[in-house]
Design a binder for this molecule. Structure first.
Ligand code: ATP
Ligand code: BTN
Length: 250
């Protein structure tokens, strides 16, 4: 609830019962925001995923969370940031006793093979100086049947696997992100490659990488310190940069 949320989160928290998109709210208010500010809503009427896709955002106990961050180094530095955020989410879930969570490059959190959470990072500013990031996170805590029926891929929620208290979850997530984003600013992705590797769902597996105009196949070898996906193809390790790429099990 709002009072407990605002008490627990040690930054400014913009709280809404209903909003189009928490990411959208922050994107249109960047001038007034400070690094670490958070926006949380109970419901989104136009929740969004990557590439204009829809993020089902029914009322209930789901978490719709965005965090604002400025980077003096610019957008180039933000490459691979979704991997950091994935590591943060995996840590919070593990700390709350939820097992079976895995990460799919570059931005998905799975529970027992089904999508539990998504990360959408939107940016504006310069490539090499002063940019603004909105880190959006949606986590399914308890999916209502009707909303679940609308989602066109297998999804998971936390019912039956140790449903956390939403406020507690949001507060832990905010603190973990604050800590991990600071670490990322100091050390870059180096500090996260191993953490990613331990949660990577596809490590060592045969996968297909769907690029805009072709499919690349290989064995997943984790990530490099730029956040690129490493694929072993004919004995050579090739790196693929994020963006319009989707990863699938072969
Ligand atoms: P990728 O293209 O990286 O393989 P993806 O297919 O999961 O990932 P995204 O753009 O990351 O695509 O996520 C949006 C998709 O997530 C939607 O098209 C829908 O299939 C699914 N989705 C939407 N809402 C939810 C939700 N609340 N829980 C789980 N999955 C959802
Ligand atoms: C994805 O998997 O494509 C990313 C989904 C991100 C959803 C979250 S919910 C909070 C924030 N506001 C949005 O409109 N989207 C993100």
């Amino acid at each position: 609830d709002e009072a407990r949320l605002k008490q627990g989160i040690d930054r400014r928290c913009f709280y809404f019962d209903d909003i189009a998109s928490t990411n959208g709210f922050m994107l249109t208010h960047t001038d007034e925001l400070e690094s670490g500010d958070v926006c949380i809503a109970e419901h989104q009427s136009a929740g969004r995923g990557r590439r204009g896709r829809r993020w089902a955002s029914p009322y209930g106990s789901h978490l719709y969370f965005s965090l604002f961050w400025r980077l003096e180094e610019g957008m180039n530095k933000a490459m691979g940031l979704s991997l950091v955020v994935g590591c943060s989410l995996a840590k919070v879930l593990a700390d709350m006793g939820i097992s079976g969570v895995g990460l799919k490059w570059p931005n998905d959190v799975y529970l027992d093979g089904k999508k539990l959470a998504g990360i959408l990072i939107e940016m504006k500013g310069q490539a090499d100086s002063n940019c603004e990031l909105i880190i959006g996170i949606g986590v399914n805590l308890a999916m209502p049947d009707a909303a679940g029926a609308d989602i066109d891929q297998p999804w998971a929620d936390l019912q039956g696997v140790g449903m956390p208290d939403k406020t507690d979850f949001a507060v832990r997530l905010q603190r973990q992100l604050q800590q991990d984003l600071s670490l990322f600013e100091e050390q870059g992705l180096n500090a996260f490659v191993e953490r990613w590797q331990t949660a990577d769902l596809y490590l060592g597996k045969q996968v297909n990488l769907l690029l805009a105009d072709k499919v690349q196949s290989g064995i997943c070898r984790g990530i490099d310190n730029q956040g690129a996906l490493l694929l072993e193809q004919d004995g050579q390790v090739v790196s693929y940069i994020g963006g319009e790429i989707s990863l699938r099990l072969a």
